[in-house]
Structures are given as C-alpha cells and as structure tokens.
Design a protein around this ligand. Structure first.
Ligand code: ADP
Ligand code: PAZ
Length: 314
C-alpha cells in the first residue's frame, strides 16, 4: 500500500496494486457463475471471474461498509429533525471514457450489491438517457459533440437524481437507443425508488455550473474507470468492428451502412475519425480532468485487467 505524495505534500489517496486490493475481499463470497457473468459483460469486454473475485468483491465489501455508515449518518440527521422517513437511496456514480467498460463495471456492481441482504434493490441508470435528441443537437449544430457536457439535458438529470434522493416512489426517464443512435420518442424507463442507485456515464463527475448543482453533488461514492488513451482507442476500434459484424447488421441500426456499404478498412477509418475528433477530445478536455474527484479509480492495463486501485481516504 502506498500513500502518494505530490510536490512533497501528502495526497488524499491511497494506492494499491492488484494483489493488495484483492486481499481486502476478506470473506466476501463469490456468488456469480461464469454464465451470469457472460450476460453482464459488455461486447468485446474480457472481464473474467478472476476480475470479479480480485477487484469487484473487495469493492462490493467496501461499498457495503459505506452504505451502512452513510445510513447511520443520515439516521442521525433524521432523528435530529424528528423525521421518520425511510433511509435515502445510496447513490454511486460510475465515470470514465467511452469504451472503457463502465457499463460492465456498473452491471457487475448492481448484481453484487443486490446480493447483500440489507440493500437488495439496486437500480442502474445510464446517463445516455439524458442526451438531447439528435434533432435538437442538429438544430444547435452540435451533433459532433455527442457525449460532451452540453449534449445532455443536465437539469433533467439533476432533477431525476434529486427526486430519487427525496424518496419519490417512481420516476419516468427517457430511453436512449444505441441502435437508433438517438432518444426513442415517447419511450420511458420507470425507475422505482431503490436502496442503491448507480448512475453510469462519461460525464457524471463534471463540476456544477456556478451557482447550481451537478449530479455528482448527490453521489455518496464515485468510481472512475481509467486506462491509457491509446488502449481505450484500440478497444473503441475493436468494438466498432465487432459491432459492424453484429449490431450494425440490423437494418434499423443508425450505422447499418458501415456493415453493408463500406469495407473493413473504410469502417476502421470512420471509427478512427469519430474517436479522434469526438471521443478522444471529450476524454482529454472533459473526462480525465474529473478523475481526481472520484472516490475510487480502477486503472486497467492493455488487456482490460485492473492493475491498480486508488482510493480516496478523505
Ligand atoms: N453504436 C453502438 N451500437 C450498439 N451498441 C453500442 C454502440 N456504441 C456503444 N454500444 C454499447 O453501449 C454500451 C455503453 O458503451 P459506452 O458508452 O462506450 O461505455 P462503456 O464501454 O464504458 O461501457 C456498451 O455495452 C456498448 O457495447
Ligand atoms: C452515447 C455516448 C455519448 C455515451 O454516453 P453515456 O452513456 O456515457 O452518457 C457514446 O456512446 C457516443 O455515442 N458517443 C458519440 C461518438 C460515437 O459515436 O462514438
């Protein structure tokens, strides 16, 4: 375990290599099977049962401790106020680049956290549901900024999370379809008041505009999934080519022409251009700068395996 210093000053982080982190699993049982993991894993994501055991079980144990401690703190405030309401949902943010594997991390956590008896109801929401519809992005001339902070309805996202924290029993949010590459008109995802809410998306750790709240202000814990830019770029390209052989084959796919009208080289060039002009710019300008705010950073190596974990102690 190392306690990093920067310019001679102590930092608020503790950094652990994989074996040191894995040892913190203690007695948390491995209750996930290979078949269950297969369903949770994202496309072209090689997360294995070893990763679940070494990385996600210690994390599940830590989060369970956090949930308990946070409930106690909220309980103290409730009894101070003479308030008899149920405890508020515990909110976890999962941030990181496009194609870094946030959704696998978030789905795994949902499953593992729901196995603890004291918080069985875990809801997962991806922030792409709060993207502005393509028609609006086009009208504003920002279709090539999808995923940048300004491409989201940030007020609607903050309203949703604050309603959940306030105890609203059910709340309808829009649905984004990767197939259509757009918000689905009229479709809603109904979120029922959970014990734990996981909010996953590239921009969830963005600071608020001056004088307002950001979604991160409601987080009780946040996770940044991290890797070198060149590794994420190659995961993005591999996934795009894999999608070309699968999801893009569907005639309803926004990228159908990538499967039917261009060869693999042209598809690769298209994906490379999207990466370089949109996703990498967003990563460098908006996403990486939010990393210091995360409670926990999972740093992946080239093979997607988590090599280092950094935890904020204060
Ligand atoms: N164009 C697409 N068509 C279909 N599915 C996609 C497309 N782009 C991304 N996805 C899927 O959407 C999910 C979220 O992807 P992304 O936002 O890049 O985050 P991450 O890879 O960090 O989970 C992944 O499961 C991915 O496979
Ligand atoms: C939908 C996304 C912005 C991710 O959004 P998130 O779920 O992180 O809010 C991203 O997957 C995306 O489509 N980016 C635009 C550039 C591209 O087509 O890769």
């Amino acid at each position: 375990m190392s306690h990093p210093t920067k310019n001679g000053f102590s930092t608020p982080y503790v950094e652990l290599d994989r074996p040191a982190w894995a040892a913190l699993r203690a007695a948390t049982p491995l209750s996930l099977t290979e078949a269950e993991l297969e369903i949770l894993r994202g496309r072209a994501d090689p997360t294995s049962l070893d990763d679940v055991r070494d990385i996600y079980l210690p994390l599940s144990r830590l989060l369970n401790l956090y949930v308990k401690a946070t409930r106690q703190r909220h309980g103290a405030v409730r009894s101070f106020l003479g308030d008899t309401e149920r405890p508020m949902p515990f909110v976890i943010g999962v941030a990181g680049s496009v194609a870094v594997g946030k959704s696998t991390t978030a789905r795994l956590l949902r499953t593992l956290l729901a196995q603890w008896p004291d918080h069985p109801n875990v809801e997962l929401v991806s922030t792409d549901n709060f993207l502005q519809p393509n028609a609006l992005l086009e009208a504003r001339g920002i279709m090539n900024r999808k995923g940048f902070p300004e491409s989201y309805d940030r007020r609607a996202l903050v309203r949703f999370v604050s309603e959940m924290k306030a105890g609203t029993a059910r709340y309808d949010i829009p649905i984004y379809s990767h197939l259509a590459y757009d918000i689905v008109p009229g479709a809603v995802q109904t979120v029922h008041r959970p014990d734990i809410l996981i909010v996953e998306g590239i921009n969830v750790l963005q600071p608020p505009p001056v004088g307002r709240l950001a979604v991160a202000d409601f987080f009780d814990f946040s996770i940044y999934v991290d890797a070198k830019v060149e590794h994420i770029r190659s995961w993005y390209l591999d996934r795009f080519l894999e999608l070309r052989r699968t999801a893009f084959e569907d005639p309803r796919s926004y990228f159908h022409s990538m499967a039917t009208s261009v060869d693999e080289e042209q598809a690769r060039a298209f994906a490379m251009n999207t990466w370089r002009t949109i996703n990498e710019v967003n990563l460098v300008e908006n996403i990486v700068p939010t990393r210091p705010r995360a409670t926990l950073v999972l740093h992946k190596g080239e093979d997607h395996q988590v090599r280092r974990v950094r935890l904020r102690k204060t």
